[in-house]
Ligand binder design. Structure first.
Ligand code: C2E
Ligand code: MG
Ligand code: MG
Length: 686
């Protein structure tokens, strides 16, 4: 063992040179030898020693070695001289001889450099280990010994307690559910199947909690490819995993109410369907729940209150369920409940009653008491379903039935509804072929100018005569056409048909300005960016001028995509077309859009006209609304049309409020093209 390495430059102190001589054996010895006197000065040295010191013997004699030397043990001396590389000498005491201590010198510079390099390497490894954010591990496979860095311990919440030098210290802490996967990945890498070992797993923190770790490593191999050393890192990815879990949570849960969303509900429904397919005695039910008048609450109290209410309702719904059941928010004010393992429909009806009861107590929102009810549609697996969407569709159908029968009701999807649903499907199928099979016709209902009492124009209304069912009302097939998108080709067909008809009237009467024609436009059509182009083409084809054509659009169609609608409406105005709001008063209560959009006229919805003229003397609500709409129209410079005028009383009322036009059975139903032509011709002559 050498003395602790100590650097002390040796000084050359000029001294009185001792007249001395070397014993002959000293000079012969090939080793470098030095003799120190009692004061530690060099009293004698051989030439090998002088060479090591890099000085002459004369220069060295009498100088002191700057190294404390003990009798035993070797010492080291580092020589630094200007312009020359440092030299490390090892001094080994040989014993005393004639009053001097003899030392053997060895140049160990190379050894010292190596040693130093190794120390630096070790230091660097230790530094890397401690500075790295990742924990490091090393597994000597041959010796089956493992080493874990301080950071590794830290990541696991371990203090200084001793760890075995076994890889089990790691593997035993891995989450039982992940262990097999980790071991599989390790084996695959050791077998040479993977270039890199990489695995994310949970590991038990000292505190007992589970943390997610990303573990990576690589084995070194011998010439035969057998793994020898295996080292790698461990980093804590718990935060990232949590964020991922939250994202996943978000895609399956409704953020407002924290209830499962439609996607998760579908998933659960799919499981229930699978069970029902396996087990004949397993029955489940879905309750489709829609709040009554939620829109009114939302609009009158604001969305914040509306949201609060939805959350409170969600909590109450949860309360009315048994453990195995689940409730989800499908969107808006729609909820769905899955009742697991019931006996029959009567169980589901009981739950529906319980839900009604649960919701009947008032909700307190910001000091206000709110009363809420819901309509519930029920579908059970007894109907026999394959797909989740079919169950929901039928429960939804039943919900509409419930809603139609009043508030706070429920309805069970039954065979009649089923028949109706099947019929809807058939209508949809037949609708696709109706135009090409010439089952569609366009009829025309006159619109009368109240100032002149003459026909100002016609509204084109589509008519469908089904080959087996006979006439089907637009009220029955237009919604289906809209839902399926068939309204787009159908609407275009009606438009072309109507324009051709108008052109033929103009030719027959020799008057290009016989009357205007109103054509209904669905919101689906309004969403077509090239609508104006299509219409321009039809105008060119038929020779009808744009100002003879009026398009009827509902408020909701415009407000669905207000910006896109505005662009399209402006393009339509450029063609000279007139635009009219259909069913005015039934949609949004906001009137501001009337000014923002290029609208020419309003059609007061039939529902306001219907009851007019029944009471005498006092003005009814409907009459007031009709009067108000006419006034609004007048103030905004729009003309107003009253729809559904059926009686003379209604007509005179509309006249008294100075409505511009009227349309309704009182004048005429919609009639075919030839009859319409006869009507105008007669009107003109008259
Ligand atoms: P709408 O555009 O509001 O058409 C007026 C509806 O009221 C027509 O029903 C018409 O026959 C009916 N009506 C007119 N006067 C009276 C009356 O005095 N009393 C009563 N009770 N009803 C009257 P129709 O033809 O059944 O059409 C219903 C709805 O179907 C239309 O309502 C319109 O929204 C839609 N529709 C009809 N044809 C087309 C079309 O070619 N394209 C589009 N997109 N929708 C159409
Ligand atoms: Mg209309
Ligand atoms: Mg209408």
């Amino acid at each position: 063992m050498s003395e602790p390495l100590e650097e002390r430059p040796y000084e050359l102190v000029p001294q009185r040179p001792p007249a001395d001589r070397l014993e002959p054996w000293v000079e012969v010895d090939s080793e470098a030898l030095v003799a120190l006197d009692a004061q530690g000065r060099i009293g004698a040295l051989n030439s090998a020693a002088a060479r090591l010191f890099g000085a002459t013997r004369e220069e060295l004699l009498g100088t002191r070695l700057g190294t404390p030397l003990t009798a035993a043990g070797t010492a080291e001396l580092v020589l630094r001289r200007d312009g020359q590389p440092a030299v490390t000498l090892e001094l080994t005491p040989l014993g005393d001889h004639s009053g001097r201590r003899w030392l053997r010198l060895r140049d160990i510079t190379r050894l010292a450099t190596l040693r130093e390099k190794l120390a630096t390497e070790n230091e660097r490894a230790a530094l890397l280990e401690s500075a790295a954010n990742d924990g490091l591990w090393h597994w000597d496979l041959a010796a089956d010994r493992a080493h874990f860095s301080a950071r590794w311990r830290e990541l696991l919440g371990l203090g200084n307690e001793p760890l075995d030098d076994s890889i089990a210290e790691w593997l035993d802490r891995v989450h039982p559910e992940d262990r097999e996967r980790v071991q599989g990945a390790l084996r695959a890498h050791l077998d040479g199947d993977t270039v890199l070992f990489e695995c994310e797993h949970r590991i038990q923190h000292h505190g007992g909690t589970w943390r997610w770790m990303l573990c990576r490593g690589r084995a070194s191999r011998d010439a035969e490819g057998k793994p020898r050393q295996f080292a790698g890192s461990l980093s804590d990815v718990t935060h990232r995993r949590l964020a991922e879990e939250q994202l996943a949570h978000r895609s399956f849960y409704d953020t407002l109410t924290e209830l499962p969303n439609r996607a998760l509900f579908h998933d659960r429904l799919r499981h229930a369907l699978r069970r029902a397919a396996r087990r004949a005695d397993y029955v489940f039910a879905v309750l489709f729940l829609d709040l009554d008048r939620f829109k009114v609450i939302n609009e009158s109290l604001g969305h914040f209150a509306g949201d609060r209410l939805l959350v409170m309702i969600a909590r109450r719904l949860e309360l009315s369920l048994r453990p195995g059941d689940s409730v989800a928010r499908l969107g808006g004010d729609e909820f769905a409940i899955l009742l697991d393992d019931i006996r029959d429909a009567s169980d589901a009806i009981k739950v529906a009653d319980r839900v009604h009861g649960e919701l009947s107590a008032p909700f307190n929102i910001g000091g206000q008491e709110l009363f809420v009810s819901s309509s519930i549609g029920i579908a059970t697996s007894l109907t026999g379903y394959q797909r989740p969407e079919d169950v929901l569709r039928d429960a939804d159908t039943a919900m509409y039935r419930a809603k139609a029968s009043g508030r706070a009701r429920h309805a069970l999807f039954d065979t009649a509804m089923h028949a109706h649903a099947v019929q809807q499907l058939q209508i949809e199928r037949d609708l696709r072929r109706a135009v090409e099979r010439h089952e569609m016709r366009v009829h025309y209902q006159p619109i009368i100018s109240l100032a002149t009492g003459r026909i100002g124009g016609f509204e084109a209304l589509v008519r469908w005569t089904h080959p087996e069912r006979g006439p089907i009302s637009p009220g029955d097939f237009i919604p289906i056409a809209e839902e399926t998108g068939l309204i787009v080709p159908l609407g275009r067909w009606v438009l072309r048909q109507a324009c051709m008809e108008l052109a033929s009237w103009q030719r027959k009467l020799g008057n290009p300005r016989v009357c205007t024609l109103s054509v209904n436009l669905s919101s689906k059509q309004l969403n077509q960016p090239d609508l104006a182009h299509q219409i321009a083409q039809i105008l060119v084809e038929t020779g009808v001028s744009g100002d003879q054509l009026q398009l009827e659009i509902t408020e909701s169609a415009i407000l669905e995509h207000p910006d896109a609608a505005k662009t399209i409406l402006l393009k339509l105005k450029e063609l000279g077309l007139k635009l009219s709001i259909d069913d005015f008063g039934t949609g949004y209560s906001s009137l501001s859009y009337l000014q923002r959009f290029p609208i020419d006229s309003l059609k007061i919805d039939r529902s306001f006209v219907q009851h007019l003229g029944q009471e005498r003397g006092i003005e009814s609500d409907d009459a007031r609304i009709a009067r108000t709409i006419v006034m609004i129209g007048r103030n905004l410079g729009k003309s107003v049309v009253a729809e559904g005028v059926e009686t003379a009383a209604q007509l005179s009322l509309m006249r008294s409020v100075e409505c511009d036009h009227a349309q309704g059975f009182f004048f005429s139903k919609a009639v075919d093209g030839d009859s319409a032509l006869a009507l105008v011709a007669a009107d003109r002559r008259w």
